[in-house]
Design a binder for this molecule. Structure first.
Ligand SMILES: [Zn+2]
Length: 148
């Protein structure tokens, strides 16, 4: 994976988010972290070793197959309610960590895969299969926070 400076990463995220904003008619910006997401944010902060600076995490139906979005310009995350209601604890954790990876750590998508075909990174653009997340959770966390 290429390394980019923080400024380039922010510009890149701004541009990609702008495109999403223009093409998305149901943008909802949240200004608080809803209570069901708080335990996952606290777990993220425990691994991060610091508090995260985000405006909010809220719930709204998302278009197509999207299950979560980081509105980077607003430091706000939207989670799809149907996915959340059906997701296990591990699936919920991997989704919140992924979106906080965008909104808090300025991370891009990383679509590499491992030899067992599990995604290499929590920042894979598709949701991590639960079997992979259970098997490689510590690797995913190390990879997310170790490559800042
Ligand atoms: Zn993403």
């Amino acid at each position: 994976m290429k390394k980019y400076s923080l400024v380039i990463r922010i510009i890149f995220l701004f541009l990609s988010t702008s495109f999403i904003l223009k093409s998305c008619s149901s943008m909802v910006i949240h200004s608080d972290v809803e209570s069901q997401y708080v335990p996952y944010v606290k777990e993220f902060e425990r691994h991060y070793g610091s508090t995260v600076d985000i405006a909010g995490i809220g719930t709204s139906k998302l278009e197509g197959t999207k299950i979560g979005i980081c509105w980077f310009m607003f430091r706000s995350i939207t989670i799809d309610p149907i996915y959340w209601s059906r997701a296990t604890h591990l699936m919920r954790e991997s989704l919140i960590f992924h979106e906080l990876g965008h909104c808090s750590l300025y991370r891009f998508h990383d679509n590499r895969v491992m030899s067992d075909f599990c995604p290499f990174s929590l920042m894979h653009e598709y949701a991590i299969p639960q079997t992979c997340y259970r098997r490689h959770r510590q690797h995913y966390i190390n990879q997310l926070f170790g490559e800042l």
